[in-house]
Design a protein around this ligand. Structure first.
Ligand code: BES
Ligand code: MN
Ligand code: MN
Length: 503
């Protein structure tokens, strides 16, 4: 069933108001502290809370949605107790004759500083430059969340009744590990008829991007992640390297040696057990990656025009992103990182790295970790921690080293990527973009995908429906959303609901 023409016309006629709404969402600041919705920065926590409690809750309520704030309690960060931002959940319609779809997005964003290299005045103000809207959260994930609000506005204004029952689940801790969310979903699922997710058979997660800049996508799998810190300390304070060099064990030397043991320059992970536990790629599966619309040039474009690819084979590249695990070293905290040349021996440092995980269930796991479960963050935690402890022993260092597991998310793959949910999104894509979508898996992680799948049951279909493009620069400088993706994405979300109702 196509979306009503008046719905599509409303989107065309109200572009200015929609840009205004995204502008407000990106630039939402507390009157008092004038800070922003970054979940990973303790000093900005009040603003994430305000974004959910005031802005998003206010928007949904004004748009006629039965809305509830779910407070998830507190968390401890470096000895500081912080309140968790609320889940903003909403309900439209409870008609037993209609299908029920659960929409997920997040209203928190990554940190951003102008000095990181943003070319706009302020990363937390939406800057419209020709066809692009630039600002932190534009594509990840305020743009998509605002897209849903636009769909609601159109239905309220025209007025039109939504063709399906909708439940919204918007969280404010996604970029910091979704603390508290799994527990809430589990509790609600266990409540059955009384729960918020009662009757949900379709889940639509709008928190990812097309594989390229040309072709819309539907996404049926994502990798998991496990985040670690190697903490090394020695002297009580930083030391002068001229006075103490070659007299003491240096934490930084130990750190560099340990980090170098984790991964080869070609990307192969050298922690024993990680590569070995990945399932081989079956020929049919390989074909799917071959078919995906991706070229080496797409990769070059996405990384700023540089030819730094690990392979010339686009299928291999796509598999490396979607199918195989990866390990990235993010940085060393506590070490000298300024200008000039400081001759110091840092006393206590933290080396940060994380892995992207893929599901694997080869029997070798049983031998390695006396666990027969498929690849999980637990198994990776054991492999990484044991390996680093052994390697540290070999260094014969008198410093103290601790491997800290910071957090993670599990991988997810859809049970059936051709069910009614995907079919509806496929038709909606064809209607709005005049072309069929690519079917992709993603390299990034959204912990809640597997949780929805597990808690709402195998018969519930989970799907990712992206709004933005591959070059949007999520987490990066000058993060943007193209106007075209914003408006067409809004139409896509609305049309998907009609196609789902008819499917
Ligand atoms: N929107 C991303 C997830 C994503 C990234 C999907 C790339 C598809 C492609 C999400 O906001 C995100 O950044 N997730 C974190 C999760 C982590 C904090 C557990 C990630 O992937 O690093
Ligand atoms: Mn996101
Ligand atoms: Mn993100």
């Amino acid at each position: 069933m196509p979306a009503p023409p008046e719905f599509l016309k409303y989107i065309d006629d109200n572009q200015g108001a929609f840009i205004k709404r995204l502008t407000d969402a990106v630039s939402h600041k507390r009157q008092v502290s004038a800070l922003y919705s970054v979940s990973g920065d303790p000093t900005l926590r009040k603003d994430v809370i305000d974004m959910g409690e005031t802005w998003l809750h206010g928007q949904l309520t004004a748009l006629g949605v039965e809305t509830k704030l779910v407070w998830l309690g507190n968390e401890d960060v470096d000895g500081q107790t912080l309140q968790l931002p609320p889940l903003v959940i909403g309900r439209v319609g409870s008609d037993p004759k209609k299908k029920t779809v659960l929409v997920y997005g997040h209203y928190d964003v990554m940190p951003a500083k102008k000095s990181d290299g943003w070319t706009t005045e302020d990363p937390f103000e939406l800057t419209v430059r020709d066809e692009r809207m630039i600002g932190r959260g534009a594509t990840d994930d305020k743009g998509p969340v605002v897209g849903w609000l636009n769909v609601l506005e159109a239905h309220q204004a025209l007025p039109l009744t939504l063709p399906v029952n909708v439940r919204f689940c918007f969280e404010g801790m996604e970029e910091s590990g979704s603390t508290g969310l799994d527990k809430f979903i589990e509790e609600e699922a266990n409540k059955g008829k009384e729960g918020w997710f009662d009757g949900v058979s379709y889940v639509c997660i709008t928190d990812n991007y097309w594989l390229n800049t040309r072709k819309p996508a539907l996404t049926f799998g994502i990798r998991g992640t496990a985040y670690f810190s190697i903490n090394i300390s020695g002297p009580a304070t930083d030391l002068h390297s001229g006075l103490f060099g070659r007299m003491v064990h240096e934490p930084m030397t130990d750190m560099v040696k340990l980090l170098s043991k984790l991964v080869e320059t070609n990307g192969i992970i050298t922690v024993p057990g990680v590569e070995e536990t990945v399932n081989p790629v079956a020929p049919e599966e390989r074909e799917e990656y071959e078919k995906m619309d991706y070229t080496v040039q797409d990769l070059r474009d996405a990384v700023g025009g540089k030819a730094i690819e690990l392979s010339e084979d686009h299928t291999q590249l796509v598999m490396n992103r979607m199918r195989f695990p990866s390990l990235s070293i993010h940085g060393i905290k506590g070490a000298f990182d300024g200008d000039g040349s400081k001759t110091v021996i840092p006393a206590a440092i933290k080396g940060r790295f994380s892995l992207r995980l893929q599901r694997a269930d080869r029997p070798i796991l049983a031998k390695l970790c006396s666990l027969v479960e498929p690849q999980t963050t637990d198994i990776i935690k054991t492999l990484v921690t044991n390996f680093l402890n052994e390697e540290f022993k070999k260094l014969n260092s008198k410093n103290t080293m601790e491997v800290e597991y910071v957090g993670g998310a599990l991988p997810w793959v859809a049970t059936n990527k051709h069910d009614l949910n995907f079919k509806a999104a496929h038709r909606a894509t064809e209607a709005v973009y005049r072309q069929a979508p690519d079917y992709t898996r993603e390299g990034g992680s959204i912990g809640v995908a597997l949780t929805f799948q597990e808690e709402l049951g195998e018969d519930t279909s989970v799907m990712l429906l992206p709004m933005g493009r591959s070059d949007d620069g999520a987490h990066s400088t000058d993060e943007k959303l193209d106007k075209d993706n914003f408006f067409k994405g809004t139409k896509l979300f609305g049309t998907y609901l009609y196609e789902l109702a008819a499917a």
